[in-house]
Design a binder for this molecule. Structure first.
Ligand code: NAD
Length: 499
């Protein structure tokens, strides 16, 4: 067990500056209007730094820098860009604990996750796209005896990226790695709830990129996000966040006729067929663990398995077992490596989750576990904590249909395969899903029948860089991860040449 020291105290792995400006053109630049906003840690509720509050003027300054840098960066070879991306990955790896503690302090998530998943996955994304861009090839088609079609990949130029607060560094890197590998200059707007860890990352790696290739403007959605997403000087907008915001982003983009990537909300079903149970074996153990992943990252995951569907024939004994498993989830100081569940990312999010706990009870869902705010002691008393919560009800309830984004799972039962598929697909969303069955045929058919971009079969919540990720239905447009992502950040140039 390790308990990392709080930033700002003796022995801490990370020191935050008392104030952060925007990162523009490779420099720290004060906001044009001179305003800053406070950034509290969800762990204690105390403000630990303040951050520049971006306005349209700051977005314009960042776009000036990006446009100045984009032509030369776009002309670098894939091999040159790959060297830089690998250096970024190496530097992150050498500072893994520092980044992990920064991310935990800013977001409230358990440090065991940031150490073992968030930051290592971010590092691997840079390495993956460094390799992928080098392996990318153009093509040549012979049209007739005298004419040849050459196809080249060209960067889009300057792109905008807007991200949420649930995985600040990882969400930034999911977008930055392919965009930079493809030769684009970027203006990124982090979420206003969690700007600091990304700024620590910019301090760490900023000097490895030519000035202006990476620009970060902080601030709120309407003040900084909209001026970026609706700007005529970007050639693409990539967005991760709520479905309602995604609709607005698409409207802005339609004015400028630019492509969008939208990674939006979810209400993912996690389906357990009757053959999962056994008195004692490793598959059953893994399936129970798969159920408890609704509490991973405090449930603040777009693919949170927030609807569990259990076959009727095993429902009671299945639920007895998984409720006990979920009761054992260790909640506590996020900086303690033994902690499995930390703090919700903001007070607003805490309040939203609490309102859904009330809604679930009011609409008659049975509370099998939790159902309340969690009150921790000492320094943590002011932090934002919720008990892992299991509701049992039916799929028409709001707690089954609406994204809560907290450690809350709503459980319903199904009769047979067709019934399971009907309930699973009875949702606006189509982002993630889980299927658990020892029968390969059942698992395969379910995986194909569920309308979701990612179906985990006999596992859940793995995010390898080379597996495509994205939504069906109201969960989004486009994909992230996988080499196909490069197509989202490049144009194809065709030269049709007669000799
Ligand atoms: P949000 O939509 O409120 O905010 C996301 C970002 O958009 C923030 O940076 C915010 O400042 C900005 N923004 C808000 N209004 C804007 C506007 N009008 N114009 C431009 N920018 C604007 O979402 P959130 O609450 O930060 O994040 C949680 C949501 O993100 C959940 O719905 C979750 O499912 C989703 N999410 C999806 C994925 C995925 O890959 N599909 C991953 C993580 C999170």
């Amino acid at each position: 067990m390790t308990i990392y020291a709080n930033p700002g105290t003796d022995g801490s792995k990370v020191t935050f500056k008392p104030r952060y400006e925007h990162f523009i053109g490779g420099e720290w630049v004060a906001p044009v209007k001179g305003q800053y906003f406070e950034n509290p840690t969800p762990i204690t509720g105390q403000t630990f730094t303040e951050v520049g509050r971006g306005t349209p003027e700051d977005i314009e300054a960042a776009l000036d820098a990006a446009h100045a840098a984009a032509p030369a960066w776009g002309r670098t070879s894939p091999a040159e860009r790959a060297v830089i991306l690998n250096k970024i990955a190496d530097r992150m790896e050498a500072n893994l604990e520092m980044l992990a503690v920064a991310e935990t302090w800013d977001n409230g998530k358990a440090v065991r996750e940031t150490l073992n998943a968030d930051i290592p996955l971010a590092i691997d994304h840079f390495r993956y796209f460094a390799g992928t861009i080098r392996a990318q090839e153009g093509s040549l088609s012979q049209i007739d005896e005298d004419t040849v079609a050459y196809h080249y990949h060209e960067p889009l130029g300057v792109v905008g990226q807007i991200i949420p607060w649930n995985f600040p560094i990882l969400m930034a890197v999911w977008k930055l790695a392919p965009a930079l590998a493809a030769g684009n200059a970027v203006v990124l707007k982090p979420a206003e709830q969690t700007p600091a860890s990304i700024l620590v990352l910019a301090e760490l790696i900023g000097d490895l990129l030519p000035g202006g290739v990476l620009n970060i403007v902080n601030g709120f959605g309407l003040e900084a996000g909209k001026p970026l997403a609706s700007n005529k000087r970007i050639r693409k907008i990539a967005f991760t966040g709520e479905t309602t915001t995604g609709r607005l982003i698409m409207q802005y983009a339609s004015e400028n006729l630019i492509p969008v990537t939208l990674e939006l909300g979810g209400k993912s079903p996690n389906i357990f067929f009757e053959d999962v149970m056994a008195s004692d074996d490793s598959y059953w153990d893994k399936a129970q663990e798969g159920f408890t992943l609704f509490a991973l990252n405090q449930g603040e995951v777009c693919t949170c398995p927030s609807r569990s569907l259990v076959q009727e024939s095993i429902a009671d004994s299945f639920l007895d077992a998984v409720v006990e498993r979920a009761r054992a989830i260790v909640q506590g100081n996020p900086l303690d490596t033994d902690t499995q569940m930390g703090a919700q990312a903001s007070n607003d999010q805490l309040e939203k989750i609490k309102s859904y706990l009330d809604i679930g009870r009011q609409e008659g869902a049975e509370v099998l576990l939790g159902g309340e705010q969690a009150h921790l002691d000492g320094d943590l008393a002011g932090g934002y904590y919720v008990q892992p919560t299991i509701f049992r009800g039916n799929n028409s309830m709001r707690v089954f249909q609406e994204e809560i984004f907290g450690p809350v799972v709503s459980v319903a039962t199904f009769k047979d395969f067709d019934d399971a598929m009907t309930i699973a697909n009875d949702t606006l969303y189509g982002l993630g899903a889980g299927v658990w069955s020892r029968n390969g045929n059942t698992a395969y058919r379910a995986g194909r029948a569920i309308q979701a971009g990612r179906v985990w079969v006999n596992n859940y919540h793995a995010y390898p860089a080379h597996a495509a990720f994205g939504g069906y239905k109201s969960s989004g447009i486009g994909r992230e991860n996988h080499k196909m992502m490069l197509d989202h950040y490049q144009q194809t140039k065709n030269l049709l040449v007669s000799y």
